[in-house]
Design a protein. Structure first.
Length: 78
């Protein structure tokens, strides 16, 4: 990603979090920020194609991270 978006810092914090017990909270905060940005798009100009693509990619990656965190928590529970 070349541009800096407001939600991007939250995204990086989620991806770089090393405390697995905090990842879900970071993912949720990032998703809320991204959904807020997408809502802004619906109210005005629709955002840039680059930011729309960046959000779509980031949401996909957050879903992968969420699955990894869920698997980690399941292993810990055993």
């Amino acid at each position: 990603m070349n541009a800096e978006y407001d939600w991007e810092k939250l995204y990086h914090n989620a991806v770089l979090e090393t405390d697995w017990s905090r990842i879900e909270e970071r993912i949720e905060a990032t998703e809320v920020a991204m959904q807020g940005r997408l809502h802004e798009f619906s109210l005005n100009h629709g955002g840039t194609p680059e930011e729309n693509k960046a959000i779509a990619r980031a949401l996909d990656r957050l879903e992968i991270l969420r699955r990894e965190a869920t698997a980690w928590q399941a292993k810990r529970a055993v």
